[in-house]
Design a protein around this ligand. Sequence first.
Ligand code: AGP
Length: 640
Amino acid sequence: MCGIVGYIGTQPAIDFLLQGLQRLEYRGYDSAGVATTKNKMDDSATGEHEKEPIALCKTVGRIDNLQKIVTDAHALHGIGIGHTRWATHGTPVAENAHPHLSQDQKLALVHNGVVENYQVLKKFLQSKGVHFQSDTDSEVIVQLIAYYVKAEEAKGFKVDSQEPSLKKKYAPLVTAVQLAVARLQGTYGLVVMFQEYPDLLIAVRQGSPLVIGIGNNGHYVASDGATLAGYTKQIVYMADHQLALLTKEELQIHHPHDGEVKHLIEPLEIETREVDLGNFEHYMLKEIHEQPQAVRNTLRGRLNDENATAVFGGLNLSPRELRNIHRIVLTACGTSWHAALVGEYLIEEFARIPVEVEYASELRYRNPPVEPGTLLFAITQSGETADTLAALREMKRKGHPSLAICNVVGSTIAQESDGGIYLHAGPEVGVASTKAFTSQCVTLACLALYLGRIRHLNYEAGGRIIQQLRQLPAQIEQVLQTNGKVQELAEKYHKADNFLYLGRQYNFPAALEGALKLKEISYIHAEGYPAAEMKHGPIALVDAHTPSIFIMPQGFVYEKVMSNLEEIKARGGPVIAIAEEGDDRIGKIADDVIYTPQVEEFLQPVISSIPLQLLAYHIALLRGCDVDRPRNLAKSVTVE
Ligand code: AGP
C-alpha cells in the first residue's frame, strides 16, 4: 500500500505534504515525491496570476531524501500532492515514484491501489501517441485522464470561471476523470491536480482509503485520519465511488449515480502526540510502551460492574439475535490472526460458542459450508487489509452478519461491516503490530464476557473477569520493567539464525505472535508451535545454536510444558522461559528466565507478548535492522 497527501489553501502546501508523508511512511517507503504549483494563495492576489509549470520532485528511499531536494519554489505554492510508495508494479526507482505527470505536463496524479487492466489501457494510450515515463500501473491513470481532458476540450467544453457551481464550472475536468476511472479495473484512491486550474484538486476513492480534512485555511486529503492530526479537527471519510472537488474554500462530493452527496463531517479525535515519535527512537518502542494506556482506552466505558458484563455500542445485534448465533467465525491475517486464535479460546471458554478461526486469504476462496446462525468477525488493525476485506465481503454476500474489530475509524472494513468494535488503541505506525495485538486480545475478552453473560456465564464469574481486566494496565506497566533483562537476552542470543517459540492453550497463539515479531523485524527464522507438537517433528531442529522460548506461566498445563522444556534441554538446546513471578523451579532448569506478573490464564497472551515484543525489538536493533520499516513489508497489505 502507499500513502497519499494533498492540500489546497492559503498556506504553502509543501509543509503539510512533507509532514503528512513522514506520518504515512509506515504505508510504504521505497520512494516518494511531491508536485506543487502556484495558486492564488491569498485573496490579495489580483487578476490572472501567472500559471507556473508544475514543480515536481521525487526520489527513491525515504521522505528525508525528498526533503533534501525540495526547492524554495515549492514554498510559494498553495496547492500540492504527495506520495510515499510501496512498489506493486515497477521497481522502486525515481521514475516509478509518484506523482506522475501527464505527457503534456498539465496534470499530476498520486495513486494508491492496483489497476488490474493497466496493460490494456497502456496499449490503448500508446496507440494514441502517449509515451510513458514509468513502468507503473498508476501512470496509466493520469495519461487516461489527460486523454479525456483533451477530448472534452476538442468538443469545445471549457472551464467556466464565472460559473458559481463547482461541478458545472469544472465540468470538463470532472467528466474526464469520471470517464477515465470508469475504465479502471482494480482499486484506487487518487488525487489529481491541473496546472491550468490551480484552484482545484479532484480526489476519487474506490477500494483504497481517502479522508478529507476541513482546515481553517484550506482542505487536506490523506490516506488516513492520523495524518491530519494537528491540522484539523474535522474530517470527512470518503466512501467508494465518490469523487471530491476541493478548492480553498469549498468541498463538494459527488457520486456517479446519486449526484452531489451531503458529506458527513466527523470529529477527528487524534492528537499530534499520538502520531509523532515524541522522545522514542522508534514507533515500535513507543507503541510497546503505550500499551498500558491503549488497554485503558480499549476498556474505557466497556466494563459494567452492576451487571458483571461488557458493554458495546456498535454490534448492531440485540441479545436475542446474539443468542441465536450458534457459531462464530473469526477471520484475519498476521498478528490479527493470532489475536483471533486467542479469541477462539476466550469465546469458547466464556460463552461456550463454537469458534472457527480462518486465515482471511483462505476464507475468501475456500467457500466452507456455513450454516445460518453464523456470525463473522473480521479482526484488523488497519481496516484496509485486502484479504480480510474480501473475506468480509464474501461472508456478507452469503447473508451472514459480518462485524469488524478494528483500530482505524472510518477505514474500509469499518465502513463495509455491519457494525463492530473499535479498539481505540490509538494510531499504530510501526509495521510490527504491538499495541493493536494486546488491545485486540482485551477486546475479544470483553466480547467473550458479554456473549457469556447473555448466555450461561454467572454473575460471580463475570465479576472476576472484570476485576482481572481492570488490573491489566498496571500489570503491563510492571512487565515493561523487564526491558533491561530482555536487553541482556538480546545481547546473548541475537546471533542465532533460528528460534523456536512454544506454548500451550492460550499461550500457543502467543508463541506464534512472538515468532512473527522476531521474524518480521530481525529477519531471523522463527517458528511457533504448541509445546507438545515438538515431539512430532520440530524437535529435530533443536541444537546448541537454536534457542527455544517457552511461555510457561503457572497453570494446569505447567508440568506438561516443563516436560517439553526438559526434552529440549536433554538435547542441548538453549531454553529461555517466560514464567510467572513466584515460580521457584524454572530458574534451576531454563538457561534464562523473564518473570512476569501472575495473571489469570485468559490474560497470559497479553502479558507474555510484551517481553517477546521487546526481545524482537532489541535483537533487530543489534542486527542493524530498520525496526519501523522492515524490508519487503508494509503496515497494511492492501493488495492480494
Ligand atoms: C504484524 O506485525 C504485521 N504487521 C502483519 O502481520 C499484520 O498484522 C497483518 O498484515 C494484518 O494487518 P491488519 O491487522 O491491519 O489487518
